[in-house]
Design a binder for this molecule. Sequence first.
Ligand code: GLY
Ligand code: MN
Ligand code: MN
Length: 436
Amino acid sequence: MITQAEYKIRRQKLSEFIKEGVLILPGNISYIRNHDVEFDFRQNSDFWYLTGFNEPNTIMVLTFNPSIEYILFVEPYDVNYHIWLGERTGIEGAINNFKADKAYPINEINNILPEIIAEFSNIYYRNGTNFNVDSIINKYSNSNLRSVIGTRGNYNLRKKDVIESTHIIDPIPFISQLRLYKSDNEIELIKNAINISKTGFEHTLNILKPGINEYEIQTELEYQFRKNGSRYNAYPAIIASGENACVLHYINNNSFLNDDEFILIDAGAEYENYASDITRTYMISNNINSLKKMIYDIVFDAQQKAINSVKPNTTLSKIHKIALEVLVQGLKDIKILKGSKDEIIERNLYKEFYMHGTSHWLGLDVHDTCPYTLNQKDILLEPGMIFTVEPGLYFTNRSRYSDKNQILSGTGVRIEDDILVTENGHINLSSDISYR
Ligand code: GLY
Ligand code: MN
Ligand code: MN
């Protein structure tokens, strides 16, 4: 569990980036599914990271003066809401339980926020995240809305951008940097999510056989997720048999399972908003072609060698290269690709069979929004960082590369684990989920 003290430390850490100014961070609103039915609510990850507050339509304001004042705009107590949907935290709860210095009803934001922002020349806000806040800032600040100072995955924190600007500065890159380093409590929550996922994967093995449908696997998996304390999946489960595995984010999950095929299961439970992300590729029966088994072995070898290389100061690019070299050598060995390894990699010839990256950060988001580079340099791995290692090989029935593809046509294999960097190397947090 993340304590209020930890949320406070996270807010304070933002002072490393923000010396003077006001930060405005809206949480998620609730979205209509149809008529008067809403989609399940999931809090915005950055908002959750800094508040732990799980209600829709809440806005956090932090003033840095330079000491921090923590203000929440929340939905107040409402007897009708209480009757239909239950209790809300309300103003008192925001102060007493969530340790806000001040709390106001959200419907007063148009009166109160202009007064707050008038005091500051730096407004830290991502334009476009909340229509109402956009219009307040446009109306009451003398700023020109600027575009973000970084793009997803490559944040340039040049001092000039931060200090000289008197206008609107995107705070998300700063929060994303903090989210790169997982605390002990966060690591425990991710381990919990992984353990729940493990139960689900194990149960799918009990029912796996030709003739059943992908949705039966999904149902079994998600039954175990819910039963063991995961309210939601971290992302829609990918239950892909045969050629469906060549659709990287396949979610139809409605084909019947055949002999002589693999089933690729890419799924993860979410626990207290922390994700797990695991892929296993299982044989549906022992009746599988030996060339398909060789593909499995190549991917497994690539994955294990990449994982074994994880230690502080290496980079995700280097880990990707290790996996890629094993995959390419394997494709050469079985005569799917010809030529030198370097040439194949340089000319991207492998991309017909391996078209995605090997790793992504993992945390509150399955593809955690932490930076991959800082000032154009790869992030060096440090203890507390968590990411996936997930090489794969895919032979779609569109491939015309070699005759051998006829046997392999419609085969996809991916294997994915969640890796924690430690002082001495790494821990594979999901290694005890059966690989075969
Ligand atoms: N489950 C999506 C991914 O592996 O990135
Ligand atoms: Mn992944
Ligand atoms: Mn995955």
